[in-house]
Write a protein that binds this ligand. Structure first.
Ligand SMILES: NC(=O)c1ccc[n+]([C@@H]2O[C@H](COP(=O)([O-])OP(=O)(O)OC[C@H]3O[C@@H](n4cnc5c(N)ncnc54)[C@H](OP(=O)(O)O)[C@@H]3O)[C@@H](O)[C@H]2O)c1
Length: 406
């Protein structure tokens, strides 16, 4: 059983892990705290970006000699594979660690069997400490790796009467500046942002991650994806401005479903191959209906403005084609469970998880989907201040997209 100090160290390691959200894909986020033989915190770290040192390596460097006979507390089972950074199990063994406390076992077969290797080296290993909490912080990566396509968050902005655009198709005025700032935080945590060609033609969005007030761009930009069956995205569309990578996903490239539209499941598998683990679906009603009717949305984050419109586009629009094939038509209502409701400026932000009738959540994931998913913004000032490794670690610079884990 984990001691009180180990439990507290795990709580801190989970908070540290969240610093990596949005910059570690295709790797998971991960935090590590090293306790010395007297259970005092002597090292801590997190995985900041793909290709950079893993959490254990940062924490061991911080601890130095004090790690000998100590305990490593890690949010995810340490890797046992030789990637760009070498196996963390070897580093823990070489540092003379006596005990390793793990929250979540690694489902990724490429990472190897860290716990087994550690035990074989005579290290005491305890697994499952604060497992649910740590899994919630890594829900996108865990979900994506277990099933082979990215975790999809549908972001929608609507008026109180459920309108997502006016009759003239304009929508950018719906929510407040505070909500738009929040959306850019969500974009920063996603590896890809997906829209349909209808939104390109109506709004011509940039889809960059930026400061809403001064327009300055974040160092790391998410992949922009336009689902565009016939390749109708205009040459001068803002998504083609070169400020971030863009994929115009056409039917010819991705393939089509029975409705003749872009096969969304194939699209997501293609994104996974490109290293995308967390995707943000940003519109509009037709594409959102396509994703939901295929059971491909994992989480909904909605911003509801205290405005009434009376007319305009609803959140979802499905239609029946002349050949009888339904596009984005929900044959049964989809139940959702609210996991968080909060105010962002004057708007309500709700987070909800769909409970698809035909696709019950895998038992192993049920627990992970319910708790609130930690975000970078949740990390307390105290946690930031207490973390030595926050000083000098280039969280965003050098982030690279790789096809495989490291
Ligand atoms: N308030 C909000 O949160 C929000 C967010 C985004 C957009 N909007 C508003 O939404 C409006 C645009 O709506 P929209 O429905 O035309 O845009 P959309 O959903 O972004 O794009 C729809 C298009 O995506 C393409 N598509 C390809 N494969 C698909 C599939 N499997 N399922 C569904 N669609 C597929 C189709 O065009 P092809 O057949 O040519 O491939 C379809 O017409 C604008 O007024 C915009 O302002 C509001």
């Amino acid at each position: 059983m984990a001691s009180r100090a180990e439990d507290e160290a795990m709580r801190h390691a989970i908070a540290l892990a969240a610093f990596g959200l949005g910059t570690t894909s295709p790797n998971p986020v991960m935090g590590c705290v090293i306790l010395d033989s007297q259970e005092r915190v002597v090292g801590e770290g997190f995985h900041a970006y793909a290709g950079g040192p893993h959490a254990e390596i940062v924490a061991l460097a911080h601890a130095g000699e004090r790690a000998k006979n100590g305990t490593a507390v890690v949010t995810l089972e340490s890797c046992d594979s030789v990637g760009r950074t070498g196996p963390c199990t070897r580093a823990l063994i070489q540092a003379g660690i006596r005990r390793v406390v793990i929250a979540v076992s690694d489902p990724n077969p490429l990472a190897g069997h860290g716990a087994t290797t550690l035990r074989a080296a005579g290290i005491e290993v305890e697994q499952g400490v604060r497992e649910e909490e740590a899994a919630a912080g890594n829900v996108a990566w865990l979900t994506a790796v277990r099933r082979g396509w990215p975790y999809v968050t549908w972001r929608v902005a609507s008026t109180l009467d459920g309108r997502t655009a006016a009759v003239d198709n304009s929508s950018e005025w719906i929510t407040s500046e505070a909500a738009r700032i929040d959306v850019h935080q969500l974009r920063g945590e996603a590896d890809a942002i997906i829209i349909g060609v209808g939104t390109v033609l109506a709004d011509n969005p940039r889809l960059t991650v930026r400061n809403v007030r001064d327009g300055s761009l974040a160092i790391r930009q998410s992949l922009r994806v336009v689902v565009d069956g016939d390749g109708e995205t205009p040459d001068d569309a803002r998504v083609r401005d070169g400020l971030a990578e863009t994929w115009i996903a056409t039917a010819a490239e991705v393939g089509t479903g029975p409705d003749g539209l872009v096969d969304l499941r194939a699209l997501l598998r293609g994104l996974y191959q490109r290293g995308v683990r967390a995707a943000l679906l940003e519109g509009g009603p037709t594409l959102a209906a396509g994703f939901l009717s295929a059971g491909l949305v994992d989480r909904v984050i909605g911003y509801m403005a205290p405005k009434l419109l009376g007319a305009g586009r609803p959140s979802l629009s499905g239609k029946e084609l002349s050949n009888g094939v339904g596009v984005g038509i929900l044959r049964e209502p989809i139940d959702l469970e609210f996991t968080e409701i909060t105010l962002v400026g004057p708007d309500i932000r709700y987070t909800a998880v769909p409970r698809y009738p035909a696709r019950k959540p895998e038992p192993s994931l049920t627990a992970q989907l319910t708790p609130r998913v930690p975000k970078k913004a949740d990390i307390s000032a105290e946690e930031r201040a207490s973390s030595d490794i926050m000083r000098g670690v280039p969280i965003r610079s050098g982030s690279t997209k790789e096809k495989g884990e490291d």
